[in-house]
Design a protein around this ligand. Sequence first.
Ligand code: 6PG
Length: 242
Amino acid sequence: MTGPAQELLIVDDPEALAREAAKRVITRIDESARPAVCLTGGSSPRRLYEMLGDAPLREQIPWARVHWFVGDDRFVPSDDPLSNIGMARKIFLDRLAPRENVHAIPTDAPDQDAAAAAYADDLRAFHGANQLDPADPLFDVVLLGVGPDGHTASLFPGMQHDNGNRWVIGVATANVAPFVPRVTLTFSALASCRQMIFLVSGPEKRAIFARIQRGDDLPATRIRSNALTTWLVDRAAAGNAA
Ligand code: 6PG
């Protein structure tokens, strides 16, 4: 078995970034009998979601077979504009994915910890196992963004990052706006994928991307797929690395 690999691809602009990400997501879907895609929130994936939901790429996705998860969400109702899965639903999932294939974090639970426990149950039931197995990853592809403080998903700097064998945790206090509680997959659950793809775009990401490249100890630096991690970065964010 080969160890984890990393690659960096610098592209011209946000449009090219979305196109390269879409290509990879579709390849992973093609290669899997029951594809599991873990989506991300924030503004970075918007264009990618539009592309997946529009012609010509829409026709390349076997919608009945693909299951959609989310790596983290804000603890708000699913129709709240802050909801990560709500954004993906509005842009493409509600039109195209069977309802039972969309695995939202249940933010109608009593609190973020109860929602985390329920989502872990959903993931375990889907996966058919209680333990993560490097030979049988949870996801075919995990999408992630980077925050200005180096967080990814809702794994913030300064948090306890050893979560034992927990797959999902509640986060009472976010480090950056929006300051609502969060629910996030853990490092080990997110790492359990065939490919992890970071989407990093725009000049406002240049400083944090430079820190990640320097190897500063940040959640986004630390997290790695157990198999392949791909950094898709546009020129504006790449700065000197471009
Ligand atoms: C969230 C996210 C978070 C996001 C980054 C990047 O819920 O906020 O999942 O980790 O991906 O903060 O956000 P932008 O794409 O908006 O820059």
